[in-house]
Write a protein that binds this ligand. Structure first.
Ligand code: AMP
Length: 281
């Protein structure tokens, strides 16, 4: 059975019972509009933990002033069906006020890793992410928390935070789930028109080719410049970044050792901002 919980005390009570029974708990934070990418996280948690808590909360503090907070898709009934089918124990879906009551004033900031990539184009975004994830880690009292590699920088930032602040939680990264044509699944793909949806997978193909060229020893900056030009050629409107960076430090690299780097992209196609990343070698 899947319980829907909207308030903090009820979640705490359940967690307490599970803990006393010695059951491991897996936490899957999401913003809803669930697809197979989210469900891969839930499946991994289901396999590895006695109890699975999925949170659905569109966190306002990680959206910038001109971003899509108000337009963010809400498909709660369908989400709940998927989570029931997947055997989640609890769906925690708090009201905004329950998470940020009047007078709330604490922020959590990870330095370094948040200065680049999406940290530059979405100022304050990762502060909102670490703020809400800290709260969910404390509320969820989980043993493991599951995040997608599609949001590689987010995964790196959350790992760093868990390490720095001694959260007794293992942060698990799950590979990106893609549509058959290669497009990384995302709740924001719904913003694409039919025509844009045809164009979108081309970005992944360009990324993979670029990664292969860097793996062969071509300098990453030149390869990424050409790849960015090709992405624009597909019909993308703008590119926030297309860069080869170390997979852990996220520093720019020019000729990485095999398996140590990834190519990261964020680009706008119509009304959607799409992000993706692929390994080099
Ligand atoms: P979101 O609801 O977009 O905040 O995503 C919730 C979690 O699902 C995050 O950890 C994402 O990285 C992960 N996720 C989203 N899309 C995918 C995907 N295509 N493959 C794997 N994980 C994903």
């Amino acid at each position: 059975m899947t319980d829907v919980i909207r308030d903090v005390p009820s979640l705490r009570m359940l967690q307490g019972m599970w803990r006393r029974a010695g059951e491991t708990v897996g936490l899957v934070p999401t913003m809803g509009a669930l697809h197979a990418g989210h469900m891969a996280l839930v499946a991994a948690a289901r396999e590895e933990c006695a109890r699975v808590v999925v949170t659905i909360f569109v966190n306002p503090t990680q959206f910038g002033a001109n971003e899509d907070l108000d337009a963010y898709p809400d498909t709660f009934d369908a989400d709940l069906d998927l989570l029931r089918e997947a055997g989640a124990d609890v769906v925690f879906t708090p009201m905004r006020d329950a998470m940020y009551p009047p007078g709330f004033s604490t922020t959590v900031k990870v330095g370094g890793l948040t200065d680049m990539l999406c940290g530059q184009t979405r100022p304050g975004h990762f502060d909102g992410v670490t703020q809400v994830v800290t709260k969910l880690f404390n509320l969820g009292q989980a043993d493991r928390a599951y995040f997608g590699q599609k949001d590689w920088q987010q995964l790196a930032v959350v790992r760093q935070m868990a390490r720095d602040l001694n959260f007794p939680i293992e942060v698990v990264g799950i590979p990106t789930v893609r549509a058959e044509d290669g497009l990384a699944l995302s709740s924001r793909n719904g913003y694409l028109t039919a025509e844009e949806r045809e164009i979108a997978p081309g970005m992944y193909k360009i990324l993979r080719n670029a990664a292969a060229r860097v793996a062969m020893g071509h300098g990453a900056s030149g390869v990424c410049y050409a790849a960015a030009r090709d992405v624009l050629g597909l019909g993308f409107k703008t590119i926030d970044y297309l860069e080869c960076r170390d997979a852990n430090s996220l520093e720019i690299v020019e000729t990485p050792a095999p398996g140590t780097a990834r190519i990261f992209v964020a680009a706008k196609l119509g009304g959607a901002r799409l992000i993706d990343n692929v390994p080099v070698g």
